[in-house]
Write a protein that binds this ligand. Structure first.
Ligand SMILES: [Fe+2]
Length: 335
């Protein structure tokens, strides 16, 4: 009896030790994610199952996570920063906190989808578009440039979402491309032309369907959500002429912290995000542009090469001055 108990005790102790050792040795990867939990969680689960690496995710607003990383510096527990805006990656990158990614990873995406110096890489693309009501706007009337929207013919017909992060990223990109003065003039002219404010992108699409406005400036995937439920939803979308600032292609992307203690696991995760399986999920399920060729984009999306031909070209890292944009939007009393 005594012996049995003793054996049982010894066995339990050994088991406990194995468990403890296992826990200590199981790799844990910490990711700061500006992408939402609902989007990211299925991907994380797949990665954990495939790799045996445990992932811990801190979710937050992309801009705030970038600020947190700058404050934490080398003490940050984060191995990776997964952002949904190039400006936030630019801010971390300019503070020399990212480690250069290996060529084998960088070359998976077209050059427009990665940092020129290799410090971050896009995981998907998010385009600005002109959404419109085909019942009230003829194809031949469609504006060729974002700057056309200040003309009298668009008075009171345009919707935008000035508090939205994607709109603000677009204004930042406009400042980078055409300068402060011209951006300020465009904003003032748009306001004077009666641009209508909406809280977010989805209400812009709804307002187009409801006849409140005739054109709007959202990200591309909002309309696709409506179309996936109702193919006849009475809104369409298009791009401006090639290279117009209105065709901004922002990215969601990832960078690896120099201070990361788990670089091998971090790179495995980046590779996983760029795998055909994860890329197909981003485009099929959340209607974003895939970052790699060879994945079939959602039916309502352009092939990646065509998208990149339409996009304006400038250094996406320079979209890091969100503060300046917020100040400008306040000065012109749009915020
Ligand atoms: Fe969005």
């Amino acid at each position: 009896m005594f012996n049995d108990q003793s054996n049982l005790f010894t066995c339990s102790l050994i088991l406990l030790l194995f468990t403890l050792v296992g826990t200590v040795h199981a790799e844990t990867l910490t990711i700061y994610s500006g992408r939402s939990k609902s989007l990211v969680e299925p991907i994380i689960k797949q990665f954990e199952e495939k790799s045996g690496i445990q992932v811990e995710v801190s979710y937050g607003n992309t801009t705030q996570l970038a600020a947190a990383l700058l404050t934490e510096g080398a003490k940050s527990p984060a191995a990776l920063f997964w952002a949904q805006d190039a400006g936030a990656l630019g801010a971390v990158s300019k503070n020399a906190m990212f480690e250069k990614l290996p060529e084998t990873i960088l070359t998976k995406v077209p050059s427009g989808f990665r940092d020129a110096d290799g410090f971050w890489i896009a995981t998907s693309g998010r385009a600005r578009v002109l959404a419109y009501a085909p019942e009230r706007v003829e194809m031949k009337e469609l504006p060729q440039s974002i700057f056309d929207l200040t003309q009298p013919m668009w008075k009171g017909r345009v919707g935008w979402a000035p508090t939205n992060a994607s709109f603000q990223a677009f204004v930042t990109s406009l400042r980078v491309q055409v300068g402060e003065e011209r951006t300020e003039k465009w904003l003032r002219d748009m306001k004077a032309n009666g641009a209508k404010k909406y809280a977010k992108n989805t209400p812009i699409i709804e307002a187009l369907a409801a006849g409140e406005i005739d054109v709007g400036l959202p990200n591309h995937y909002y309309l696709l959500r409506f179309k996936s439920k109702d193919a006849n939803f009475p809104v369409a979308q298009t791009f401006f002429k090639a290279s117009d600032p209105g065709n901004l292609v922002n990215i969601a992307g990832v960078g690896m912290l120099k201070s990361s203690k788990n670089k091998e696991a971090a790179l495995k995760f980046v590779e996983f995000l760029l795998s055909a399986k994860a890329q197909q999920y981003f485009t099929s399920d959340v209607f974003e542009y895939p970052a790699i060729e060879g994945v079939t984009p959602h039916t309502n999306l352009l092939p990646l090469s065509e998208l990149l031909q339409l996009a304006p070209t400038f250094n996406l890292n320079d979209m890091d001055d969100l503060d300046g944009t917020v100040k400008l939007l306040r000065r012109v009393e749009i915020l």
